[in-house]
Design a protein around this ligand. Structure first.
Ligand SMILES: Cc1cc2nc3c(=O)[nH]c(=O)nc-3n(C[C@H](O)[C@H](O)[C@H](O)COP(=O)(O)OP(=O)(O)OC[C@H]3O[C@@H](n4cnc5c(N)ncnc54)[C@H](O)[C@@H]3O)c2cc1C
Length: 422
């Protein structure tokens, strides 16, 4: 990389947060550089095309797939404005299919148990005292394991490791859309005009000097300000070294670990016999179970989703273990003949992905305040974005995008003539 010492802003990471920050700074007369360790942009937003047969390629999302709170999600009009097609059918998991796998009566009992649990959580949150959300389980309730399965999907971990106050801070209108061409592709397109220096991993940030100096795998870069958007484990494990050290940030990032969610995809032969867009759990009596989404958009495949401890154990067992687990559950539900119609075509490994190290953040019990600590600017020279820094829609792509916009505004305010020199 050619050496320059006159950048005004260096943005570390070209995921949703970094791209949004760059878009937010694009109109300003500033020298801005985005550096990205991977050889692609998008980070945890990634759409790939899977080709199960000779002629049937289709896009699937390995990371974010749903525009949550879609009725108020600012990315919805932006993505539609780029010409992407949104699917507004209610989310698959909101309509559990199949009397055969989970009786309607049991589904109602489960929903009632979950509602009662959430009501206890809301009441406990009003005391302002934080504790593990699992403490609000009714001891011995038969639905506790399945509630933990659901937690493993949307918190990436079981309720034992979820801060009750953080959980209730999350805002969700329960309206969910999808992007037919892929949410990851849409995020990348939103950052379309941003120039990114890819394959450039930041290793050290020396902010005890002016200008700030970044040591990267492609050489040194000097800049007046930095926006850091890397996933929290990178900060907690000090994979980027800060000089002087930023103990408060390291600690806050450690209190906001990434939970884990992974997906496996199976091509389905004779797809017509399975209802389009149906959904079911592999088991309803344990937390270690997959959630299955059948023939999304009528396409000939099944997507399995695993989370939490189960996903961690499967990833650790090695490549192929998630697919094997999902096939096993499908065999248990539908028999060996059905499983013969399935061909594994892909599975994710977000934990072993060295630039992610997990899926999305949750606050540990007693640490709901960590998001604000992580988000606060340092000396008006280091700024912090990424999904984990959002106060109410953390763990999402639209939260990451909003955090990048916020960081861009902070930088603009800090560099405005007349403000204290950065
Ligand atoms: C399986 C899965 C399912 C999901 N489902 C949904 C969903 O349905 N809806 C939703 O809204 N969200 C979902 N999410 C979450 C969403 O994808 C993330 O919250 C969002 O994409 C995070 O964006 P970010 O910019 O904060 O972080 P990232 O996308 O992780 O971007 C950070 C970037 O920093 C780079 N980086 C790391 N270290 C360095 C370094 N040292 N130097 C330079 N660059 C570095 C990384 O490569 C990465 O590109 C899902 C995520 C996963 C994994």
């Amino acid at each position: 990389m050619s050496m320059r010492s006159d950048f005004d802003v260096v943005i570390i990471g070209a995921g949703a947060a970094g791209l949004a920050a760059a878009v937010g700074l694009a109109a300003a007369p500033l020298a801005v550089l985005v550096v990205e360790a991977r050889d692609r942009v998008g980070g945890r937003a990634e759409t790939v095309r899977l080709v199960p047969g000779p002629d049937a390629g289709f896009p699937v999302d390995l990371g974010c797939g749903w525009l949550h709170s879609a009725d108020v999600n600012p990315l919805v009009p932006m993505i539609e404005g780029l010409g992407f097609e949104l699917d507004r059918t209610p989310a698959a998991w909101q309509r559990q299919s199949g009397e055969q796998y989970f009786s309607v009566a049991d589904q109602r009992l489960f929903a009632e148990a979950f509602d009662a649990f959430e009501a206890r959580i809301d009441a406990a949150a009003r005391t302002g005292i934080d504790r593990p959300a699992a403490e609000l389980f009714e001891p011995g309730n038969r639905w506790n394991p399945l509630m933990n399965a659901v937690s493993s999907y949307y918190n990436g971990t079981e309720f034992e490791r979820v801060s009750l106050l953080d959980y209730t801070a999350y805002r969700d209108t329960e309206v969910n859309y999808r992007v037919r061409e892929g949410y990851g592709a849409a995020i990348v397109a939103l950052g379309g005009k941003v120039t990114v220096q890819s394959g450039c991993a930041v290793q050290r940030i020396d902010h005890g000097r002016k200008p700030i100096r970044l040591s990267t795998t492609k050489g040194e870069i000097d800049t007046r300000t930095v926006i850091v958007t890397v996933p929290t484990p990178h900060l907690a494990e000090q994979r980027i070294r800060f000089s002087p050290a930023l103990d408060g940030k390291v600690e806050a990032a450690g209190h906001l670990p990434l939970g884990l969610a992974d997906k496996a995809f199976f091509a389905l032969s004779e797809p017509g016999s399975m209802a389009e867009g149906s959904h079911f759990f592999g088991r309803t009596d344990r937390a270690e179970t997959a959630s299955f989404h059948v023939r999304p958009y009528g396409r000939p495949f099944i997507e399995a989703f695993v989370g939490g401890r189960n996903a961690r154990a499967l990833e650790t067992a090695g490549e192929g273990a998630i697919s094997a687990f999902a096939l096993d559950e499908l065999r248990g539900l539908m028999g060996s003949d059905f499983v013969k119609r399935l061909t594994p075509i892909a599975e994710t490994g977000w934990l072993r992905d060295p630039w992610a190290l997990g899926a999305y953040s949750h606050a540990l019990p007693m640490h709901s305040g960590a998001r604000a600590v992580l988000a606060a600017p340092t000396d008006d020279r280091l700024f912090w974005a990424g999904e984990a820094t959002h106060p109410t829609v953390f763990s999402t792509a639209h939260g990451a995008w909003a955090s990048g916009q916020r960081a861009a505004e902070e930088v603009l305010a800090a560099l405005r003539p007349g403000s204290a020199p950065a």
